[in-house]
Design a protein. Structure first.
Length: 81
């Protein structure tokens, strides 16, 4: 009876360990994707300034959309919990 309880406890510990490892892998992947999208957004902003240098209104719209993306990224970890 005791050995069954010990086996169950070790299996539970193993499951917890696997859950933590999977969670850390998902966090790493999501952080890489988030960084990639931020880089794309920065490049798009720079490109738009080069293409439309005289349109300040367009620059403001792009800045606001970039800010929304950054703020949304900050909220992502909170939603996952």
């Amino acid at each position: 009876m005791v050995s069954r309880i010990q086996k169950i406890k070790t299996l539970e510990q193993r499951i917890d360990l696997l859950k933590r490892e999977a969670s850390s892998e998902l966090k790493k992947k999501s952080n890489k994707k988030r960084k990639k999208f931020k880089d794309w957004d920065k490049n798009l902003f720079r490109l738009s300034i080069k293409i439309f240098p005289s349109t300040s209104a367009l620059k403001e719209v792009i800045k606001k959309s970039a800010l929304k993306v950054v703020l949304a990224d900050r909220d992502l970890p909170k939603r996952g919990r």
